[in-house]
Structure formats: structure tokens, C-alpha cells
Design a protein around this ligand. Structure first.
Ligand SMILES: Cc1ncc(COP(=O)(O)O)c(C=O)c1O
Length: 442
């Protein structure tokens, strides 16, 4: 047994214990050097008495802010009456949530499987697509993030592929359509996404052994650097899938449930997926996820013996939370709120860009916004160091920001405050960011 660390202040002991006893799970990343004591609304509060504005909604999930009173009330009530069940049993919160999710979605999406995490939802969706099509090949974006379990990780290209042995055969990547850094050019220097998509599928067709099952994509690539495919892209991708008998799986872990100004990001494109996965935002910070599909696909899956039996499938506690999330989103019209706050945020970021040459690009939708910092606007040369400096300075000044650091992406901030944030809170965050960029530049 490890001996307790002694003769240290309580904070030093905390970090000594953390260093000694925790597995570091963030790759090259480190733990944020703050001891978080509690959180409320848009703020985190540290043990040392600091208040930190949370511009990432926790892990992009807490769309109602932290400890929303109605979520607290639901958890208290539900844990005291019905927490968890044998996985083959049903309860009212589960059936209510499945029905209510269908009511928020276009036809034919009406059958839900309620799970726990984003990776798990994608795992279940990919398993379903393979079973239903009788095929196994999966296509996703080269800057994707779909989770850390096997099928989800196999479809994830933005990080974490090296060193874990073989990915399953038949996983392919197509380039992500990045308008700020176009790789296929139109005559006027913009992104020729049609040619890029055609090229991507030429490569897929060349490599495929004739077993293409599904394409799994995020409507806005978040971990990949807030890359928003242009209007028309998803309709064209849908066509590529249809031509090949593939299912289209949309992963709305971060974009679902009002964050982009629509209930679902795919509404912008008028493209209904065969299978939709929801997670992070659905539980607003609690572990709840869903796979939603048509009755036809569900029937085919069932006929073929679809199995996704887990410990926490259809758990009443988090399903009750999901129902409360839907109540609050609907009552408080948080889709419209995300559009309004997104416009406010965008104006503030445009002002910052006017003052600092290092802001290369601002993109995204509603309250999912990316700010890309560059060392040189003309060449778009990226600077990971600058991104790290600004992130650190923001934290010192009381703002938590998340930066994506992928090779060639430079520093892209992902800004995703709770949909319940106020304009004053956004203005506070913008002022800190403005100062931090100025300080880092100096
Ligand atoms: C789009 C997307 N899908 C899936 C996941 C995985 O979710 P989880 O970490 O809950 O497994 C993430 C997590 O960042 C994500 O951003």
C-alpha cells in the first residue's frame, strides 16, 4: 500500500496524490492546475476562491450550465424513487424520453436506444449499420473524433491512432472540407468541396473490398477544429452514400439539442440521417446518450438479432434528466437563445479580430464557435505556442478556454458556453480573451 504524503499544504498534497495515483489519460495534455471545488451556472469555483468562467460547458456538455436547479431537482427526486434497473426492464422516463426525442426529429427518425456516452452511441450505431447492411466498411472524416471505444476509435482520425495495434479492416478517411485552409481550389481560390468529395470517394472506391456499410460524420467537426462543411456538402455526401448502399450516421454529440441555433445541426442542410447519435448535450453534463433511427432500420436490425445489451442501457435516472433537459430547452426556447447569443459572441470576436492580427479565422454556428490563431494572417502559418500562451493567460484571468492542437491546425479555440449564459458573461469572457491575446502577443 502506498504511504500517505505528509508535511505538505492541502493543495500540495492534492497534487502529490494526483501525480502519484492518477492515470494520465489526456495524451500529451496535462491536468488543469486548479482544484475545482464546485460549479454553478456558467462558473467554476476553485478551492482557493477563484471564479472561472466556463467557455467549454465542461466537456462541451453542460448546455444548461452547471447544477441547473431543475436538473438538481430531477436527480434528487429520481435517485430516491428509481435509479437503475435490470437492462431488460422499462420505466416511464425511458419511454417518455424516446417518444419526446422522436417528436423533436423529422420522420422517419422515431426509434431510440438510450445509452451513456458518445463513444458508446457511435459503437452501437456502427454495429447496427454493419448488421443491417451485412457489410463492414466505415468511412469518416480525416479530422474526426467519435470516441475511445473500438468502432468509434477506428472511425476517429484526429488523434489517438498510433500505438494501439491494428484498427479494424475497412476503416477509411475522406478529407474534411476546411474552407479556411482549402486543399482543392476553385478558380477564385475558395474550397472546391465537390471536387474534394469526389476525390475522397474515388479513393474509397479504390480501397473498398465492396463492403461499404456506413459513413459516420459530425455536422460540425469540433475536435478537428470547428470545421463547418459548406451548405450542400451533406446533401452530396448523402448521395455518395446512397449510390453505394451505405447508411449515413450523423454524430451530433456536440451539435445536437439547440447549441447551433437549431435543435439539430443537420436541419440547416435538409439532410436526415439514417442513424443519429446524441450524447454530451443530451444529458447536459450527465452521462446520457441516444441512438435514433427509423422503424425500418430498427426492424431489420432486430430481425438480424441486434445485440447491444449494456449495464446502463435504458437507465431511468439519466433518462429522467434527459426529459428535464428537453423541458428546459423547449420552455426557455434555447434554440433561439443560442442564435442570439451566438450573434453577440460573433460581434465581440469580430471586434477582437479587428484589434489583433493573430486572429486568422472565426467560424462555427450559434454557440459552437471556433477562433483560429495564426502567426501570420497572410500565410496562415499556425502557432501552437501562441495558442498555449493565450489559453494559459485566459485561465490566469479567470476564463477556461479549450484549444485544439492538431498538426497543421495551429491553435483553434473551441468556444461553447452554456446556452443559459448571459450577455454579460459572454462580454466578460470576450474581454478576458481580448486581454489575453494582447498579453500573449507582447
Ligand atoms: C463528436 C463527438 N462524438 C463522440 C465523442 C465521444 O464522446 P464520449 O467522450 O462521451 O465517449 C465526442 C467527444 O468529444 C465527440 O466530440
Amino acid at each position: 500500500m502506498a504511504a500517505p504524503t505528509t508535511d505538505l499544504s492541502t493543495a500540495d498534497r492534492f497534487w502529490a496524490d494526483a501525480d502519484r495515483h492518477l492515470v494520465r489519460y489526456a495524451g500529451a495534455g496535462d491536468f488543469t492546475r486548479e482544484i475545482i471545488d464546485h460549479a454553478a451556472g456558467s462558473y467554476l469555483f476553485t478551492e482557493s476562491g477563484r471564479r472561472i468562467l466556463d467557455f467549454t460547458s465542461g466537456q462541451m456538455s453542460a448546455i444548461l450550465g452547471h447544477s441547473h436547479p431543475e436538473i438538481v431537482e430531477t436527480v434528487r427526486r429520481q435517485i430516491g424513487s428509481l435509479d437503475h434497473l435490470f437492462s431488460g426492464m422499462l420505466s416511464r422516463p425511458v419511454v417518455d424520453l424516446a417518444r419526446r426525442l422522436a417528436e423533436t426529429l423529422p420522420s422517419p427518425l422515431e426509434k431510440a436506444l438510450l445509452l451513456t456516452t458518445g463513444a458508446e452511441s457511435n459503437e452501437a450505431a456502427i454495429r447496427m449499420a454493419k448488421l443491417v447492411t451485412g457489410k463492414h466498411e466505415i468511412v469518416s472524416f480525416a479530422r474526426s473524433w467519435h470516441g475511445m471505444t473500438q468502432a468509434a476509435a477506428n472511425a476517429t482520425y484526429s488523434a489517438g491512432r498510433k500505438g494501439y495495434g491494428p484498427a479494424s479492416p475497412g476503416n477509411f478517411a475522406i478529407p474534411a472540407p476546411n474552407s479556411y485552409r482549402p486543399d482543392f481550389l476553385t478558380a477564385d481560390g475558395g474550397l472546391d468541396w465537390r471536387r474534394q468529395l469526389d476525390f475522397g470517394f474515388e479513393m474509397i472506391d479504390a480501397q473498398s473490398v465492396g463492403s461499404l456499410a456506413a459513413c459516420v460524420v459530425e455536422p460540425i467537426l469540433s475536435s478537428g477544429g470547428i470545421i463547418e462543411p459548406p451548405v450542400g456538402y451533406f446533401a452530396a455526401l448523402r448521395e455518395k452514400c446512397r449510390e453505394r448502399g451505405m447508411l449515413l450516421i450523423l454524430d451530433e454529440a456536440q451539435t445536437g439539442l439547440c447549441r447551433t441555433g437549431n435543435w439539430y445541426a443537420f436541419e440547416r442542410d435538409g439532410v436526415v440521417p439514417d442513424i443519429l447519435t446524441l450524447s454530451k448535450t443530451l444529458g447536459a453534463g450527465l452521462p446520457l446518450a441516444a441512438v435514433i433511427t427509423s422503424a425500418e432500420i430498427e426492424q431489420e436490425a432486430h430481425d438480424r438479432g441486434y445485440l447491444f445489451f449494456t449495464t446502463h442501457v435504458a437507465d431511468p435516472l439519466v433518462a429522467a434528466v434527459g426529459n428535464t433537459v428537453l423541458d428546459v430547452l423547449t420552455r426557455d426556447r434555447l434554440d433561439e437563445r443560442a442564435t442570439e447569443l451566438g450573434a453577440f459572441l460573433r460581434r465581440g470576436l469580430d471586434n477582437i479580430a479587428g484589434r489583433h492580427d493573430v486572429v486568422g479565422d472565426i467560424r462555427g454556428r450559434g454557440l459552437l464557435v471556433g477562433v483560429e490563431l495564426v502567426a501570420d494572417r497572410a500565410t496562415k502559418r499556425s502557432s501552437d505556442e501562441l495558442g498555449a500562451l493565450v489559453t494559459r493567460r485566459c485561465l490566469e484571468l479567470g476564463l477556461h478556454m479549450n484549444i485544439v492542437q492538431l498538426p497543421g491546425m495551429g491553435g483553434v479555440f473551441r468556444i461553447a458556453p452554456p446556452l443559459t449564459a448571459t450577455e454579460d458573461e459572454l462580454a466578460e469572457g470576450l474581454a478576458v480573451l481580448d486581454q489575453a491575446i494582447g498579453d500573449a502577443g507582447r
